[in-house]
Design a binder for this molecule. Sequence first.
Ligand SMILES: Nc1nc2c(c(=O)[nH]1)N[C@H]1C(S)=C(S)[C@@H](COP(=O)(O)OP(=O)(O)OC[C@H]3O[C@@H](n4cnc5c(=O)[nH]c(N)nc54)[C@H](O)[C@@H]3O)O[C@H]1N2
Ligand SMILES: Nc1nc2c(c(=O)[nH]1)N[C@H]1C(S)=C(S)[C@@H](COP(=O)(O)OP(=O)(O)OC[C@H]3O[C@@H](n4cnc5c(=O)[nH]c(N)nc54)[C@H](O)[C@@H]3O)O[C@H]1N2
Ligand code: SF4
Ligand SMILES: [Mo]
Length: 696
Amino acid sequence: MTADARFDVTTTTTCGYCGVGCRLEAHAVGDHIVAVSPAADGPANKGHTCVKGRFAHQFTRSRDRLTAPLVRENGELRLASWDEALDRITFDLTRIKAEHGPDAIAGLASARATNEDGWAMQRVFRAAIGTNNIDNCSRVCHSPTSYGLRKSVGLSGCSGSFDDIEQSEVLIVIGANPTQAHPVVGARMKQAALNGTKIITVDPRRTELADVGALHCSLRPGTNAAFLNGIAHVLIRDGLVDEAFVRDRVEGFTALADLVQFVTPEVVEEITGVPAADLVQVAHLWGEARTGSIAWGLGVTEQRYGSECVQMICNLALLTGKIGRPGCTLMPLRGQNNVQGVSDIGALPDCYSTYRPVGDESVATLFEATWGVPLRRERGLSLPEMLDAAIAGKLKALWICGYDIGQSDPDTAKVEAALANLELLIVQDIFENETSREAHVMLPAASFLEKTGTFTNAERRIQLVHAAAAPPGAAKTDLEIFQLVSARLGHELPWSGPEDVMLEIGALTPKFAGVTYERIGRGGLQWPVAPDGTDSPRLYEQSFALPGGKAQLAAIPYKPPGDEASERYPLILVTGRRLEHYNVGTMTRRTANLELLPGEWLEIHPDDATAHGVADGQQVEVESRNGRIQVTARLTERIAPGHVFTAFHFPETRTNLLIGQSADINTSCPEYKVVAVSVTPARVGSGAARTHAVVA
Ligand SMILES: Nc1nc2c(c(=O)[nH]1)N[C@H]1C(S)=C(S)[C@@H](COP(=O)(O)OP(=O)(O)OC[C@H]3O[C@@H](n4cnc5c(=O)[nH]c(N)nc54)[C@H](O)[C@@H]3O)O[C@H]1N2
Ligand SMILES: Nc1nc2c(c(=O)[nH]1)N[C@H]1C(S)=C(S)[C@@H](COP(=O)(O)OP(=O)(O)OC[C@H]3O[C@@H](n4cnc5c(=O)[nH]c(N)nc54)[C@H](O)[C@@H]3O)O[C@H]1N2
Ligand code: SF4
Ligand SMILES: [Mo]
């Protein structure tokens, strides 16, 4: 309830946009949310929010919201009752399973929905359908972070908290643009810089944070490994290693020292373009500081060797003992509100919750005992494998919850071919999107402001989400939808609400053992959570979560990225995001943020613009080996010559037509960050991009 007379009800909840996990107060009048303000006691936001959390809530009332199921009939989607839609799904899934086996069916869980929604979906796939074909959007985002952290230090999550930002003497921000993508964390970093934290930014673009930093290193896209190994070289060469820490707590020093001995600052300058003296300065700032943290983002992960680079980031913390103490944190800036959580709870083809392999007999039998059905021991298909299987005609049905692969996945033409080849495509979302163009059934879901559950932010902090309004029309929560379908498939999901789901997660997941809604309360709980409710704001204080308790240094050489500039494609395109819009933009394009930023553009350095005959504001054609789009050019000196930048928030731009199949070697995370392109003035009527209306 609320003390403010302007509102009927005020509900404390957690923001559903990015992984910062700001706590919000949502104010409703009648059925409508009319305002959102920051919760003063939010552990991550401490009374702040950004333009999305605070203002981008009008989408909840958009006329475009899905308010009833849709089913395809004679080529068209038409309104249907829940019974009709569920009958169609049950009939088709049962038929496909009988004809082709359970592995002809696959699912994608949402990084935007709650832990409880994700848990329900993976249970439907594993227990009701009988396949491990379940994946989520971390595949294209921070899966390399998860892989790298698990190899180097053991657990797939931030080693500390955002509170370590202010306690860091030095903060390296590599391949992340927090003032745009994690604005509240970006603001905390800026504030820390003003209070003395030395920020080192490592990014081909001069990000806003670079303006308050001690040093900006503008490297060539795709050369992080050379940079990181070069720092390790200087740390070892100049006696900046914490020898006691390395001796007692770390393995693999000799192999790393042997590998990096020839990676001199001069070699690094040659590969990355970062002046040798700057590299030495970074190593000394880092090595000589008492405390220091490293934050990273997609400029590290969305690369061919992204997972290896995460291991190399860990090397720098381990060599200098900057982990497991205040102000010493490995801080991956996880993207979506619950991309950490949806992976933690096991919406992945190879693991149950907290990354326990599906082939682990003791884990599988525990799940079998609770769910009462036999479970598969072989891993399922990852997202790219699902698309290949659909094109090959082996995958017949795909159920996608809150993930618009038609806009966000690489190689749009390939995604469209895969979707078009399915016998059953279920899209469960709050809006129609690019993926749903091919849907056979659409299920209308409740948004984060209309449901209860939990999200896990980028600090491993599980926080409560509370419904602040009712879902529109006949829309249902994702959890309710999974319960309805599962029951029809003959496997009841025996919960009376999301709180019961969390109790099941805790019972089957030792690292969540003590999690209850009551204990989560207003402050959240950072996993692992002991049975008595004690949580873990800081990992690795005494030992690492690897056999023997020791961390692993990785000795891995630099290798060039998957794509490189050529005479035909002389510029390197980097893609990313902008402050005002969120990923595929279904939500932010239906808010006043559209007025702040109504369309896409290509950032190009004035020298390149001159060389390629492009003027500011001109429509240009961008072509890669994979495809061609049209977009407006804007000249800016924030981008280095030789590189261009655009985002992917507008479906009509079709940015991802340009992205090919190059991906991280260990996790298949696409190389969205390094694509060789040509940029030329658009020929009138060349029709590279399909346009369609975006209704606010
Ligand atoms: N406003 C807004 N916020 C968002 C999102 C959004 O769409 N809009 N999306 C959310 C999601 S899902 C995610 S994952 C996060 C992403 O957040 P970030 O990881 O910060 O995202 P990006 O802007 O894609 O990329 C970060 C930086 O990597 C740099 N980069 C590119 N190539 C390289 C390279 O080879 N080396 C280095 N060192 N840097 C490189 C780019 O220039 C860019 O500045 O943001 C989340 N927050
Ligand atoms: N070129 C390029 N492409 C990229 C990237 C890049 O840097 N460059 N980044 C990649 C990254 S990091 C990511 S994470 C992806 C993100 O790509 P997506 O996951 O596809 O994008 P989102 O906008 O986060 O939301 C997906 C869908 O969830 C729906 N949704 C929101 N809330 C709910 C809910 O509560 N329930 C249900 N059922 N649906 C909901 C939205 O309407 C939307 O259709 O994009 C990737 N694509
Ligand atoms: S910083 Fe992220 S979590 Fe916080 S209000 Fe903005 S979008 Fe929401
Ligand atoms: Mo992401």
